[in-house]
Design a binder for this molecule. Structure first.
Ligand SMILES: NC(=O)c1ccc[n+]([C@@H]2O[C@H](COP(=O)([O-])OP(=O)(O)OC[C@H]3O[C@@H](n4cnc5c(N)ncnc54)[C@H](O)[C@@H]3O)[C@@H](O)[C@H]2O)c1
Ligand SMILES: O=C(O)C[C@H](O)C(=O)O
Length: 340
């Protein structure tokens, strides 16, 4: 039995993500929470002939608690998306508070659930969830994940395009490490399962890296004010959630990049810190998944000089983003008691 819950389930990501989770035969219960429209979304999905029992909840009458009761996996795409000209950090003002309150709900109702954070800026919202969980005394670093899968999905697609065969994209695996915004997104193309063509020019490499780092902007621009990536994100979120569920069910050897606490695996985290040459509380790296969440943080391994340059550029930005999230919770709880 697996209960999955989507917080922000009526949104641009939430609805297709809920659809894909409903289509996953391993999900037996699906809880949908949003501040609007979840009864309709739930009624609609509930007619689909797959095992999951679907229920929609709104804030009145303890809706958040009811949605979260018994949750095994909670995915959070709640919050505002970008408009052209905005950075992900511009979303912090609104989304930090939303994520803080939802995290308090999870901490008090489903503290053992695996939590997958999609709401931007991920580099800061994941530390927010961690800090809230610490305040409630329930933080388990093995169970908290920033979803960076869309960067991995994009890298696979763009490399397959360059190789001239999109049918390869489902097999192309490119580790994307660091974080989830601009320069903090670092594709390790030298470790791609499908190498770039021999003699791939330096300027073409730079263009590819830039497209992976700023793929989100491409969609924001094309949607011209109507939001950011939703369908590709729902696909990526469902893929990552499916990996967690398979690992929880006992499948061995599942590896995926995710933005996790370096405390999730002391030895792997220490090895990663040594490679980075700097202490960072969170970093996206390949992680191995097991029944209790992260079993191993897999260090970067051999990278090229160009990739090292990208990592060096990412670090100061990551430090700042993590601090922003941590400081937000310290300030919030200096004037209020942690409570749901
Ligand atoms: N991690 C990633 O790779 C990635 C990719 C795409 C988008 N995002 C982020 O995901 C978030 C959602 O994007 P979207 O396009 O779905 O936005 P959206 O506006 O379409 O949907 C957001 C939903 O959240 C709901 N919501 C707002 N406050 C809430 C609360 N307190 N509790 C529950 N639900 C609440 C809204 O009612 C809405 O239905 C944005 O922050 C966006 O930047 C992340
Ligand atoms: O770009 C955005 O704001 C949304 C998301 O983070 C993305 O990468 O598409």
């Amino acid at each position: 039995m697996v209960k999955a819950v989507v917080l922000g389930a009526a949104g641009g990501i939430g609805q297709p993500l809920a659809l894909l989770l409903k289509a996953n035969p391993l999900v037996t219960e699906l809880g949908l929470f949003d501040i609007v429209n979840t009864p309709g979304v739930a009624a609609d999905l509930s007619h689909i002939s797959t095992p999951a029992k679907v229920e929609g909840f709104l804030p009145p009458d303890d809706g958040l608690k009811k949605a979260l009761a018994g949750a095994d996996i909670v995915v959070i795409p709640a919050g505002v998306p970008r408009k052209p000209g905005m950075t992900r950090d511009d979303l912090f003002k609104i989304n930090a508070g939303i994520v803080k309150d939802l995290a308090a709900g999870i901490a008090t109702t489903a503290p053992k659930a695996f939590v997958l954070v999609i709401s931007n800026p991920v580099n800061s919202t994941v530390p927010i969830v961690a800090e809230v969980f610490k305040k409630f005394g329930v933080f388990d670093p093995k169970r908290l994940f920033g979803v960076t899968t869309l960067d991995v999905v994009r890298a696979s697609t763009f490399v397959a395009e360059i190789l001239g065969d999109l049918s390869l994209s489902k097999d192309v695996v490119v580790p994307v490490v660091g974080g989830h915004s601009g320069v903090t997104i670092v594709p390790l193309l030298s470790q791609s399962s499908h190498p770039l063509p021999a003699g791939f020019a330096k300027d073409s490499y730079d263009t590819l890296v830039n497209r992976i780092q700023f793929g989100g902007d491409e969609v924001v621009k094309a949607k011209s004010g109507a939001g950011s990536a939703t369908l590709s994100m729902a696909y990526a979120g469902a893929e990552f959630a499916a990996k967690i569920i398979r690992a929880v069910k006992g499948e061995k050897g599942i590896v995926a990049p995710s933005y996790v606490s370096v405390e999730a695996d002391a030895a792997g985290g220490a090895a990663l810190t040594k490679e980075l040459g700097q202490e960072l509380a969170f970093f996206s790296s390949n992680v191995e998944l097991g029944t209790d969440g992260v079993t191993k943080i897999i260090p970067l391994g051999k990278i090229t000089e160009a990739e090292q340059t990208l990592i060096t550029a990412a670090l100061p930005e990551l430090v700042k983003n993590i601090e922003t999230g941590v400081n937000f919770i310290a300030a919030a709880y200096s004037t209020e008691e942690p409570r749901l």
